[in-house]
Design a protein around this ligand. Structure first.
Ligand code: 5GP
Length: 199
């Protein structure tokens, strides 16, 4: 009998600079089944970012057209730019893959309204604010104004931790990554057992 393992949608949110992007990429490299949902954004690309891989970079006009055409599952305005997840991106990926979302709390709230999705929601925290600032500066891809904007958003961002299934502290990347692997394994097992019972 073939096992119809239900694919999961893993949301990773965090205050900017908590290490989420690194972890997201690590998961995708290790697990063939996981694909990253590449968002659309109106933000300018950073020097190390590639269109279509890190984001789909679009103009404000294009983003607005996509909103008007109701093509997004979710979108949000963050640091003066728009970010969103296209329905088509997710619908295509989820047929064959588990999907990782690197989105903020506003997007998480919107996706949570779709009750039929197998969402696993993780919120990542930096060990403390000093470390966060260091990481933001070290990233060296944003201007100091952008760094300051992101740092200032921390206090508001963390108030949304209760909307998540898990809250992890990313003090050590390896440890944090292993915790996420455990969460993934547990959920895969849970969904797999569930679909076996149905069968
Ligand atoms: P950054 O500009 O640093 O790449 O991302 C800023 C914030 O936007 C991050 O917290 C990131 O998780 C969030 N973000 C990226 N893509 C999306 C998206 O499609 N939807 C939402 N709601 N947030 C996103």
């Amino acid at each position: 009998m073939s096992h119809d393992v239900k694919n999961i949608m893993l949301i990773l949110s965090s205050p900017s600079g908590a290490g989420k992007t690194t972890i997201t990429k690590k998961i995708q490299q290790k697990y063939q089944s996981f694909k990253i949902s590449v968002s659309h954004t109106t933000r300018e690309p950073r020097s190390n970012e590639i269109n279509g891989i890190d984001y789909n970079f679009v103009s404000h006009e294009e983003f607005k057209r996509l909103i008007d055409e109701k093509q997004f599952y979710e979108y949000a305005k963050i640091f003066d730019n728009y970010y969103g997840t296209l329905k088509k991106t997710v619908d295509d990926l989820i047929k064959k893959n588990d999907v990782i979302f690197d989105i903020d709390w506003q997007g998480t709230k919107q996706l949570s309204q779709f009750k039929n999705l197998n969402l696993v929601k993780i919120y990542l925290l930096p060990p403390n604010k000093d470390e966060l600032k260091k990481r933001l500066i070290k990233r060296d891809s944003d201007s100091l104004i952008e760094v300051e904007k992101r740092f200032k958003s921390f206090d508001e961002d963390v108030t949304h931790w209760q909307d998540y299934d898990y809250v992890l502290i990313n003090e050590n990347l390896e440890t944090c990554y292993k915790q996420i692997e455990k969460i993934i394994a547990n959920h895969k097992r849970e969904f797999s057992n569930f679909s076996q019972i149905i069968q």
